[in-house]
Ligand binder design. Structure first.
Ligand code: AFD
Ligand code: MN
Length: 388
């Protein structure tokens, strides 16, 4: 089996993007629980995100969500992030909370609503010019709840038109990342419901349009690593939104529900060239933790990604390929499982210490006093949440 020493140099290539909305109050449709020290504006969200990178060393980017992270001066927000040692990343559009979007946005039957959604995306592109962002991430809640409510075919045509107008506005250095989700908030059909639909629209748009694979956006039992392998093969995997789920789009800590599935996903990423300096795949977390502390929840998630990446890199691929060629069913499976069952945590702790990082980032953060400080300092104002 490949040894940790052999893969250690590759670990420095890890760069995980955390979502700004992970630090504000979030919850379920039943309750959003407030947290002491919750950020009251995007500047404080960025400060919390910077803590994750400070203690792990592998989370240098924070994604924004517009309008949740709308500020008067994005240049100031960009400098604030950079002063804290991180940078602003993906800009996520939001056409799922204005009342005008109740029956859809880019896929709405009313052209004026579609234009509103277009204008929102054009604004997001303006923001990208100020934040220096490469990716515009589009997730549409568009869909219907009952058969007959909307014309499925027309909605695809309107979607194609809208995406083309948005894609047209991007500079040559920017990308359109189209995310799919098989249900919720629409319950009968969702207009961008699966990887094939996202791929179809991205292929029609051009080189710089790619698919976002959110690991919580598939029906139970879906072989997600197959989709990863296929999209990498097609050159159309733009980004991950990592999280984990037991039943639906639960937005739990990535790897927490099914570490083995996460390992299989990361193995296909490594095998397919999706990891490393030549890859343009964005590794973003998209999680909303409801009951656990926000910054520790993100640290745990980042460490889970690092651990599964290390295990995936440990797979002895020449031996695996030979076993596959020879039809050695059990031998091939054993090679993969040997890597999955390897506890890389002690080696990772030493690897961090060798780079001047705490061997146990979670323990170091919890002992830093940061949570106590923000709870004491952040009094007054309005705590941020999904709506803000
Ligand atoms: C919600 C959606 C989707 C999107 C995210 C940010 O399900 O995953 O990426 O919000 O807009 O989680
Ligand atoms: Mn997502």
């Amino acid at each position: 089996m490949t040894t940790f020493c052999e893969i250690a140099p590759l670990l420095a290539q890890q760069a995980i993007e955390v979502p700004s909305w992970a630090y504000g109050n979030s919850g379920t449709r039943f309750k959003v629980f407030p947290a002491a020290g919750c950020p009251r504006d995007p500047f404080e969200k960025v400060a919390d995100a910077a803590q994750v990178h400070k203690f792990t060393g592998i989370a240098p980017v924070v994604a924004l969500h517009i309008p949740w992270d709308q500020v008067d001066d994005f240049g100031a927000l960009r400098r604030h992030a950079e002063d804290l040692g991180i940078r602003l990343g993906t800009v996520n559009s939001n056409t799922f909370q204005d009342v005008e979007y109740k029956l859809g946005s880019l896929c709405h039957a009313d052209k004026t609503v579609r234009q509103r959604a277009l204008d929102h995306h054009f604004h997001c592109i303006d923001v990208m010019g100020q934040t220096g962002s490469r990716d515009l991430k589009i997730w549409l809640a568009d869909g219907t709840n009952y058969p007959g409510q909307g014309d499925i075919r027309s909605r695809q045509e309107w979607l194609a038109e809208g995406l083309a107008a948005i894609y047209e506005r991007l500079t040559d250095d920017q990308r359109l990342i189209l995310e799919y989700k098989f249900f919720e908030p629409a319950f009968y059909h969702t207009d961008v419901c699966d990887w094939g639909t996202s791929y179809t629209h991205c292929a029609a748009l051009g080189e710089r349009a790619k698919v976002c694979l959110d690991t919580g956006h598939h029906a139970p039992g879906t072989n997600i690593e197959f989709i990863v392998a296929q999209l990498l093969r097609l050159g159309k995997l733009g980004a991950f939104d990592f999280n984990s789920r037991f039943y639906a789009d639960d937005d739990l800590i990535v790897g927490a529900a099914d570490p083995f599935q996460f390992f299989r996903i990361m193995f296909e990423v490594v095998r397919g060239g999706g990891y490393g300096p030549d890859s343009d795949v964005a590794f973003m977390l998209d999680q909303c933790h409801n009951i656990e502390a926000k910054i520790p929840g993100q640290i745990r998630s980042v460490l889970n990604v690092q651990e599964m990446t290390a295990r995936a890199l440990l797979v002895d691929r020449p031996a695996l390929e030979a076993a596959q060629r020879d039809g050695d069913v059990l031998g091939a499976n054993t090679i993969l499982m040997d890597a999955f069952y390897t506890d890389v945590r002690p080696d990772l702790a030493r690897w961090r210490e060798d780079r001047g990082l705490p061997g146990d980032p979670m323990k170091a953060f919890l002992g830093s006093g940061y949570l106590e400080r923000i709870a004491a300092d952040r009094v007054g104002g309005v705590q941020t949440s999904w709506g803000a």
